[in-house]
Design a protein around this ligand. Structure first.
Ligand code: SF4
Length: 415
């Protein structure tokens, strides 16, 4: 896929077997919301997130029980064949836990520290203790500044300096300056303690889209490290999805960002992996990476009164999501396929011709037939009550013909 995006140069960081930064693919990541001490539930959710496409998974390590559970979680994942890098998220007591539980520290692929949450009087000392453990076990660290827990001492210093100015900045501007400074001084401190630059990832998360863009543009210019991108506390449902998408898309388009996470608040019982699929869709919509075949469907209008084409588009979309774990293994490249499901003759044939495979359903008062186009050519015309099943069959045949691995073709022909 051709992408006009010129990536910002960042220092690559090995996180387990995933390289974040440099010219490496922008990695999708997510975070569990299970109690880490509940080993089985946490293992199941990490596995689920990974199956959905999360290339890195973060878990909270917030107390002794969680810290003790980490090596068992890792062991159970390995027994299942799940090798996704697991990252530990530390606040307030990370310096104590990482020192007290060396097996936990060794089991993790990366530590995440929030420099605003490492203590008050002994803030820098605790921060340095965490970094020392990272150096000791050769682990990378994400220095994750967050405006909801911004270093209050630093903010107070910046506010004091601002108050002395002839023309003071707004408190919002001072807060943004402090975010950037917190990232700058924390990374410098980590390097002073001995953490190499290729073991540092930085994030500066905000919950406002414009603020996030402002801060990331600045740290992208100022710092050489790989950047983790995400809108913090994005919210629920459509609001969270749209806000995250627009914020991340603008920065990604400017080449900023080496790994992304969408921090959605799920509805109780909702699928946690939704945040993974949104990340993938953001990257795929921008033409940066491909994860799943895309279904192009028209919005419908007065020219097609039946809901049949909407149902068919939905059915095909669901079928693709369901089949993708299997197709990914046996049909390399299938994720780049385009499928069109269109509602009438106005744009139907045109859009279908541009897709790898497309169908144009009959609009109101049109003849009850549905032409199918494959690679731009009219292939066949479907009629009757079975159009959905027949189109799915054509889709399967198209995938088998165009994406089967050469070795598998040989095996199939020998049967
Ligand atoms: S393709 Fe036809 S049904 Fe779909 S939006 Fe366009 S005119 Fe309306």
């Amino acid at each position: 896929m051709i992408s006009p995006i010129k990536r910002r140069k960042s220092i690559p960081v090995n996180v387990g077997d995933v390289i974040v930064g440099g010219d490496n693919p922008i990695a999708v990541q997510s975070m569990t919301n299970t109690d880490t001490a509940d080993i089985d539930n946490t293992v199941n959710q990490i596995d689920h997130l990974h199956q959905a496409g999360s290339e890195l998974v973060r878990i909270t390590v917030n107390n002794d029980q969680a810290a003790k559970a980490v090596p068992y979680i890792k062991e159970k994942l390995i027994n299942r064949g799940v090798t996704v890098p697991v990252i530990g998220d530390f606040h307030y007591n990370g310096h104590l836990l990482l020192t007290k539980y060396p097996e936990m520290a060794k089991s993790l692929a990366k530590f995440r520290i929030n420099p605003g949450n490492t203590g008050t009087k002994t803030r820098d000392k605790n921060f340095c203790t965490i970094v020392e453990q990272a150096v000791k076990y050769s682990k990378p660290v994400r220095i994750g500044v967050n405006w909801g827990s911004l270093d209050q001492q630093l903010l107070a210093q910046y506010m004091d300096v601002n108050n002395q100015r002839k023309e003071p900045k707004s408190s919002k501007e001072v807060m943004l300056d402090t975010m950037v400074e917190s990232a700058r001084r924390s990374t410098a401190l980590a390097e002073d303690v001995g953490l190499p630059s290729d073991k540092i990832v930085v994030s500066c998360k905000m919950s406002g889209v414009q603020d996030l863009i402002n801060v990331y543009r600045r740290i992208a210019d100022d710092l050489p490290y790989a950047l983790h991108l995400g809108l913090t506390e994005a919210g629920m449902g459509m609001k969270g999805t749209v806000a995250s998408s627009v914020a991340l898309a603008i920065l990604l388009q400017e080449g900023i960002g080496d790994t992304i996470r969408v921090s959605l608040t799920p509805m109780p019982g909702a699928d946690r992996a939704e945040e993974v699929r949104i990340c993938q869709q953001i990257l795929q919509s921008l033409g940066i990476r491909s994860f799943i075949p895309q279904v192009t469907a028209c919005p419908g209008c007065g020219r097609t009164k039946s809901t049949y084409f909407q149902e068919l588009a939905d059915d095909i979309q669901k079928y693709i999501v369901e089949m993708m774990p299997v197709w990914r293994e046996i049909y390399p490249g299938v994720e780049e396929m385009d499928v069109a499901v269109m509602g009438c003759v106005v744009n139907g044939p045109g859009e279908s011709r541009h897709a790898n495979i497309g169908i144009s359903l009959p609009g109101t008062f049109e003849e009850p037939k549905a032409p199918v186009y494959i690679d731009g050519e009219h292939h066949s015309t479907l009629k009757g009550d079975n159009i959905g099943a027949e189109f799915r069959q054509l889709l399967e045949e198209y995938i088998q013909k165009n994406y089967t691995r050469k070795e598998e073709e040989k095996e199939i022909s020998q049967i």
